[in-house]
Design a protein around this ligand. Structure first.
Ligand SMILES: [Zn+2]
Length: 292
């Protein structure tokens, strides 16, 4: 817990928003996308809009949120989500930045990466192998997509999940064993591995793994659903505060409550890096009102 009186600037590095047509009629998208159906079929699923997110940020003292798109399988749905985010985020006075979504092995993926960059995206994600029908270790299929991201200086946010533990909607099989082959193959790409990288930080105790993963960061999205709260301090001890981004997975977790719990676990020295410094540099964010 930070002990100094200095107020932290907070960035939530992992949130999601859906276009209004999805919020209005989720069933139309449940029938079109199997992964969306698996994760959003429950009655009462809420689809907050940008103003709901900003209210939540104000309540929690969050300066900026990184809004990721949904990993649609259809390139057409990906493009529509990108159009929505480019527009919605441009009206947020710098409080929100966005990540575009692309199906990385489908025809036109590299073009859509370039289009996202031209519309102001700060990265690509949240990519999801199960949802989008690819394998993280199908390296040749992913190469064109990766090259486009590197050329545009866009990092990716990747959904990575645990090879063990309870099953839940959206868990998938993108486990560290597969994901690490991707990360080791494309060292010029900046990668944020969501959900603590499915446990990958533990293997960074192996020197050769740590050496290969210097371009990988880990975020804390949905952590309360997966791990004991002390996971944040433990991952900090494994990989260091410079490699961790605080992210809630809003609306999956409430920002204010999860932020408090996270700050209780990371070191006083690591608080600023994990809750803003790393997100600022990985996602190349300018803070609102900061013209320097
Ligand atoms: Zn995820």
């Amino acid at each position: 817990m930070p002990t100094s009186g200095r107020k932290l600037t907070i960035i939530d590095a992992h949130t999601h928003l859906f276009p209004p047509e999805v919020a209005k009629d989720p069933s139309a998208f449940i029938s079109r996308d199997a992964w969306f159906a698996e994760t959003h079929s429950k009655q009462g699923t809420e689809f907050p809009d940008a103003s709901d997110l900003i209210r939540s940020m104000d309540d929690a003292g969050i300066a900026v949120s990184v809004v990721a798109a949904w990993p649609w399988k259809s390139p057409d749905l990906c493009s529509r989500h990108n159009d929505f985010l480019a527009d919605a985020i441009s009206k947020s006075d710098g409080r929100l930045v966005w990540l575009g979504i692309v199906n990385p092995t489908k025809y036109g993926a590299a073009d859509e990466v370039r289009r996202c960059a031209s519309m102001g995206a700060h990265g690509v994600g949240e990519l999801n192998a199960n949802a989008q029908g690819f394998l993280w270790d199908s390296l040749s299929e992913l190469q064109g997509f990766v090259e486009a991201c590197v050329a545009e200086s866009l990092p990716i946010l990747a959904h990575v999940s645990e090879p063990v533990g309870h099953v839940y909607p959206g868990k998938g099989t993108a486990t560290p064993e597969r994901f690490v082959r991707f990360a080791e193959a494309f060292t010029e790409l900046s990668i944020v591995a969501a959900h603590w990288g499915g446990g990958l930080p533990f293997y960074e105790l192996m020197p050769e793994v740590a050496e290969d993963l210097r371009h990988v960061w880990y975020d804390s999205a949905a952590s309360s659903y997966l791990y004991e709260h002390r996971v944040a301090g433990i991952v900090e001890s494994l990989v260091g505060a410079k490699r961790i981004l605080w992210g809630s997975d809003y609306p999956v977790l409430r920002q204010k409550r999860f932020l408090k719990r996270f700050l209780e676990q990371v070191s006083a020295d690591g608080a600023a890096a994990t809750t803003s410094g790393n997100a600022l540099s990985v996602y190349q964010i300018d803070l609102p009102g900061d013209d320097s």
